[in-house]
Design a protein around this ligand. Structure first.
Ligand SMILES: *Cc1c(COP(=O)(O)O)cnc(C)c1O
Length: 305
């Protein structure tokens, strides 16, 4: 159904960034270039979920996210391209005029419904999901952020690159991307996760659950660095914005302030503070998310791009 978008192998380029003290080298994998609208890890996580929706005969998808969600935006884009009816259940009030993320999603034909933050906590309850299907019609349901085993399977394909890296670094929301990397790697790599939200302990538990279901991978270890969330989801600071501008000016790569900016801030901070052994080759995943930059610029009245 969606083959015209997802049948390409998704081999995104790896770019050399810089060499630091002790010959530590930093590279970035440009998952942000995988597709113009369905960017980065969202393309990976939708790939097998939308295939499954098609296999099961669904023409409608319901999913969940916040008002700036890259996953909502990507699902709406895929729906438009693949002729799927899409419904986005949005956490909290939908404020008019719509922000750039929701405006674009609506233009692609997604139906948006806001629910209270309280109600949003029930987003996985079978009864609630039944009610949604009664309201919007039979639908394939994708959990928030594409956080399921099919999402993980798509992400694991990100590891199909020939270069050898010791450390793979990734920003975390639900942790599905980190878990997918852990299942896909095979040469004693270490995967480092940088949660973009507060509450890293809870996330660790969620990642454990995803990995237990997928079957653990004893070769690859992982660790979370929970000090780089800058106050929480979509919270920013002057220091973070300065870093993102420096990165753009020095290396010509735009980072988003919600996910990849925080992750690379953390990676460089760990390098400077001697966390990595000499000769380490570090690969940071640019997981995309650049559609969200406009919304943040409008919200805080700043320029990033
Ligand atoms: C959604 C998103 C993440 C978080 O991915 P998870 O699999 O939920 O951990 C990271 N980076 C970007 C750019 C994203 O859009």
């Amino acid at each position: 159904m969606c083959s015209k978008i997802f049948d390409q192998p998704g081999n995104t380029p790896v770019e050399y960034i810089d060499t630091f003290e002790n010959n530590i080298q930093l590279f970035v994998k440009r998952e942000d270039l995988i597709h113009a609208e369905i960017s980065g890890n969202k393309w990976r996580k939708l790939k097998y979920n939308l295939a499954e929706a098609g296999n099961l005969g669904y023409t409608r998808v319901i999913t969940f996210g916040g008002a700036f969600s890259n996953h909502i935006h990507a699902t709406a884009a895929a729906g438009a391209a693949c002729d799927l009816d899409t419904v986005g259940i949005i956490r909290g009030e939908i404020i008019e005029p719509l922000n750039a993320t929701l405006r674009q999603s609506k233009e692609w034909g997604m139906r948006l419904q806001s629910i209270s933050r309280e109600q949003y906590k029930k987003k996985s309850d079978p009864e609630y999901l039944d009610r949604l299907q009664n309201k919007f019609g039979p639908a394939y349901i994708i959990p928030e952020g594409g956080a399921n085993q099919l999402g993980l399977k798509g992400v694991s394909e990100m590891t199909e690159i020939s270069d050898r890296f010791n450390f793979w670094c990734v920003s975390c929301g639900t942790g599905t991307t980190l878990a997918g990397l852990v299942t896909g790697l095979s040469k004693n790599e270490v995967v480092l996760g940088f949660p973009a939200l507060k509450g890293g302990e809870y996330l660790e538990h969620e990642i454990d659950k995803l990995l237990r279901k997928a079957g653990t991978n004893p070769k690859v270890s992982w660790e979370l660095f929970t000090n780089y969330h800058f106050g929480g989801y979509a919270k920013i600071s002057e220091e973070l914005i300065e870093f993102i501008r420096m990165f753009r000016n020095s290396y010509g790569i735009i980072l988003d302030p919600i996910y990849t900016g925080k992750m690379l801030f953390g990676v460089v901070d760990l390098i400077v503070n001697g966390y990595f052994p000499a000769e380490s080759r570090i690969l940071a995943i640019h997981s995309g998310g650049l559609q969200g930059v406009t919304g943040i610029e409008e919200k805080y009245g700043i320029r990033i791009k």
